[in-house]
Design a protein around this ligand. Structure first.
Ligand code: PNS
Length: 176
């Protein structure tokens, strides 16, 4: 049985990686699909191409995982998949559940698409792409919270901030 793991992945986090690792053990094949909306392009930190590049690098070690993108309704994407394919979504905490339940029911109603939830390990319960983006925008250390490909991309995106903060920290250390 195959699965699709859809999301914005702006960028992929260690929580996503944990869910993907578990999904790749359960399903024959998992496609990580960046869902994009041309009208919402500017809302993301990383461009679609950047997100795909990060995902390809972060998932290269999985023999049964591939990366894809789709710019429409998830149910239309699911209709193109092998029969019986399911949507995989990760749950970090109870707070995710209400939103995910609504989407899962809607996807079943409008496209007969089935959703399987996989719980991320508790250590990732506080990690989200938006929090990671926030920390990185101030030059903070996110290396534990994201795979190496995301950390490098965040560092490149905020190179000035990281250099400035590191220089400040060095000055403080030298002065103490
Ligand atoms: O990583 P995210 O942002 O939580 O992922 C949400 C995503 C992309 C899976 C969801 O917004 C989605 O499926 N978008 C595609 C458009 C769609 O099918 N919308 C109807 C269900 S809300």
């Amino acid at each position: 049985m195959n699965a699709v793991f859809p999301g914005s992945f702006d960028p992929i986090t260690s929580g996503h990686m944990d869910v993907l690792t578990r999904a790749a053990r359960i399903f024959d094949h998992v496609t990580v699909t960046v869902m994009h909306n041309a009208r919402k392009q500017g809302r993301h930190l990383f461009t679609l191409d950047e997100r795909l590049e990060i995902l390809r690098e972060a998932t290269a070690h999985f023999p049964n995982v591939s990366v894809d993108t789709f710019g429409g309704l998830l149910v239309d994407y699911m209709a193109r998949q092998e029969s019986g394919s399911v949507i995989v979504r990760g749950l970090r905490a109870v707070s995710d559940y209400e939103y995910e339940l609504q989407i899962a029911h809607l996807n079943r109603q409008i496209g007969d698409a089935e959703t399987v939830f996989i719980m991320a390990a508790t250590r990732w319960s506080f990690v989200s792409s938006s929090m990671v983006r926030e920390i990185a925008s101030y030059g903070g250390n996110v290396s534990e919270m994201v795979p190496r490909a995301s950390a490098s991309a965040l560092r490149r995106k905020h190179a000035d901030v990281y250099e400035e903060r590191e220089a400040e920290l060095q000055t403080q250390t030298a002065g103490s």
